[in-house]
Design a protein around this ligand. Structure first.
Ligand SMILES: Nc1ncnc2c1ncn2[C@@H]1O[C@H](COP(=O)(O)OP(=O)(O)OP(=O)(O)O)[C@@H](O)[C@H]1O
Ligand SMILES: [Mg+2]
Length: 218
């Protein structure tokens, strides 16, 4: 059988990695670890974290469905701009609604790559971590509309990667993301160190699946 051919891509092709999941699932933690590692390997990386964005670009937006969707569209817009300029964009935001996530994917894929990562800790684990005290505030009746408790969370149906952060360490989760990106990173913009990442990644079924997936996308 002839080997699958991968269409050539311009060297400045970027990618958005979109981490979605419940509060305290581990999105910010993993994005931070992945970002540091990629930067060490010479990639241009930008982090778009939900908390930071809500204090800046989305200041004034609340937590209704309309405002949550608007927040995600704004993040997606900036992610698309950066992706089109060859940046690896790491988005960490709850992003509870599937439709707007898919909308952002379609927009970003017009200018570069898009990888959806479901940071999939179960609710009990997230509640026990409660990094920002949101679950406790909700239990005390000080907060309503908490995602996964009394507000919807629509998990991705076909994410490129799902991480069970209740069962693995932050370092293991980050390594799986880097493995997935390995082929893409090396193929798109070779940098010092990326070849080793790609060589490791290519040895896994996950990376092979990613290669096939990426090769089939325009
Ligand atoms: N595999 C893992 N990946 C990420 N975080 C993990 C993992 N295992 C345990 N943790 C811990 O879970 C917590 C996750 O907190 P983090 O702030 O990253 O969550 P978040 O998804 O960004 O939440 P929020 O939506 O509220 O911003 C951290 O204390 C982290 O150390
Ligand atoms: Mg966070």
């Amino acid at each position: 059988m002839a080997p699958a051919t991968v269409p050539p891509r311009p060297p400045a092709h970027g990618v958005t990695v979109w981490f979605t999941g419940l509060p305290s699932a581990g999105k910010t933690t993993i994005a931070g670890l992945v970002g540091r590692r990629l930067a060490e390997h010479g990639r241009r990386v930008e982090l778009l974290d939900g908390d930071v964005v809500r204090a800046q670009l989305s200041r004034g937006l609340g937590f209704s469905k309309a405002d949550r969707d608007e927040n995600i569209r704004r993040i997606g817009y900036v992610a698309g701009l950066l992706t089109g300029h060859g940046v690896t964009v790491l988005v960490s935001a709850v992003s509870p609604y599937r439709a707007v996530r898919d909308e952002v994917r379609a927009a970003v894929e017009r200018v570069g790559g898009f990888v959806e990562v479901h940071v999939a800790a179960d609710l009990a684990t997230c509640r026990a971590r409660d990094v920002k005290g949101l679950y406790a505030r909700h239990a005390r009746g000080e907060l309503r509309g908490l995602t996964g408790v009394d507000d919807p969370y629509e998990p991705p149906l076909a994410p490129e990667l799902a991480l069970d952060t209740a069962a693995e360490s932050p370092e293991e989760s980050a390594a799986r993301v880097l493995e997935l990106l390995g082929g893409r990173t090396a193929r798109v913009a070779p940098v010092r160190g990326a070849a080793e990442v790609a060589a490791r990644g290519a040895a896994t079924a996950e990376a092979r699946a990613a290669q096939a997936l990426l090769g089939s996308r325009p």
